[in-house]
Design a protein around this ligand. Structure first.
Ligand SMILES: Cc1ncc(COP(=O)(O)O)c(C=O)c1O
Length: 416
């Protein structure tokens, strides 16, 4: 595999080959990662990358767009069908760009936005001071409750009444329980705010019908296509019909130039795969695996934020083990288990240290792992965290991880 790169660019080949082996030999527990199918990879590596196609199908600024039009129309139609949406824009290059388009289609710089506190699971593009969202809008936050670690809708309602945000941005990078989309819509309507839901993390689960969909409530829905949805790296915007024109014009020419037609082709492939019945089985298993992993970690003395999970991820509080998120991330990495450190709600540690790790099951489920493997993984994680200072033991755990992974090949043949 990758023969051309191997011949022409040995330095880069080292990176690509190394990544193939890393993905095969390690346990990928980063909640936002997954393994795209070979068909998605093929679309991404296709000649569609060569084509400029500013505009939209049938209304381009360039000639020769008949085939990319076909690809984009397939992606749009499939996205609408998959999520039951009135309108889909498949051009955002990423989740963040989808969010820029969503904000700028509905409100103006300087307006107030309500988003989930970043240290309670919100995303950078929901109001981080260094992100465009935090720079261009006045951000006010909703929080999770200190005791239950569940979203505090009552407190959010008070913030809305006081601050009168023009837009509510609902959604998270790290919230394991169910969002009450209907309630948020009512809260938004009460104060004439727009409701945007960013389902980047839950999109695959929602597409499969195993997590509640916000599509019937939200004015605009944004997502990435590369997390639970298991497609190419990219973004997608769904909306009600009346917002279609504003969304399309804000995304292009407002926010982006030429669309990445190879990525759009990859999205079309991904949406077709997600419409298949087997995708529902996959997503059910993702949740079963996450719940099993949470229970197994709890049985080993780890506290799971909000008491467990209803989706593909969980936040693990490491304080009872006297380990920080940073230390755990490093130790697990040495043991071949990839996670990311993450703040837990009301975390006493700074964001670069943290008291927790975020753990997700989409990737390991794609490679065929089930509940039995979740028990093994919890044991390996516990062993690595317990021996965080002992490189020899961590190396021996990495061997065990490699052995486990060898039974679950991801892209057979790629390593050759
Ligand atoms: C909730 C949420 N929204 C948006 C994004 C941004 O996606 P991207 O990295 O494609 O810009 C992420 C990525 O982690 C996310 O978790």
């Amino acid at each position: 595999m990758y023969e051309e790169i191997k011949k022409s660019d040995p330095q880069l080949y080292k990176a690509v080959k190394g990544e193939v082996l890393r993905q095969q030999n390690n346990l990928e527990l980063i909640a936002s990662e997954n393994y795209a199918s070979r068909a998605v990879l093929e679309a991404l590596g296709s000649v569609l990358t060569n084509k400029y196609a500013e505009g939209y199908p049938g209304k381009r600024y360039y000639g020769g767009c008949e085939y990319v039009d076909l690809a984009e129309k397939l992606a749009i139609d499939r996205a609408k069908k998959l999520f039951g949406a009135e309108h889909a824009n498949v051009q955002p290059h990423s989740g963040t760009q989808a969010n820029i388009t969503a904000y700028l289609s509905l409100i103006n710089p300087g307006d107030t936005v309500l988003g989930l506190n970043l240290s309670h699971g919100g995303h950078l593009s929901h109001g981080h001071p260094l992100n465009f969202s935090g720079r261009y809008f006045k951000i006010v936050t909703m929080n999770v409750h200190k005791d239950t670690e569940l979203l505090d809708y009552d407190e959010a309602a008070k913030v809305i009444e006081k601050e009168r945000p023009k837009l509510i941005m609902a959604g998270a990078s790290n919230y394991s329980r169910i969002w009450d989309w209907k309630r948020l819509k009512k809260m938004a309507d009460d104060w004439k705010a727009f409701l945007v839901t960013d389902i980047a993390h839950y999109a695959g689960l929602i597409a499969a019908g195993v997590y509640p969909s916000p599509v019937e409530y939200a004015d605009v829905v944004t997502t990435t296509t590369h997390k639970t949805l298991r497609g190419p790296r990219g973004g997608l915007i769904l909306s009600r019909a009346p917002y279609a024109r504003a969304i399309d014009r804000t995304n292009f020419p407002g926010n982006q130039g030429g669309p990445l037609m190879h990525a759009i082709a990859g999205k079309a492939v991904c949406f077709r795969e997600a419409l298949a019945p087997s995708f529902r089985d996959y997503q059910k298993q993702v949740i079963k695996n996450a719940r099993k992993l949470a229970r197994e970690l709890q049985a080993r003395g780890y506290r799971i934020v909000a008491g467990g999970t209803d989706c593909h991820l969980m936040s693990v509080d490491l304080r009872a083990k006297n380990v920080t998120g940073k230390e755990a991330e490093i130790a697990l990495d040495k043991a071949g288990i990839t996670v990311n450190k993450n703040t837990i709600p009301y975390d006493p540690q700074p964001p670069m240290v943290t008291s927790g790790i975020r753990v997700g099951t989409p990737a390991v489920t794609t490679r065929g792992m089930k509940e039995r493997e979740m028990t093994l993984i919890a044991g390996l994680m516990d062993e690595a965290i317990k021996h965080k200072g002992d490189d020899k033991i961590l190396k021996s755990i990495a061997e065990k991880v490699r052995g486990l992974c060898s039974g679950f090949p991801i892209y057979p043949g790629f390593e050759k």
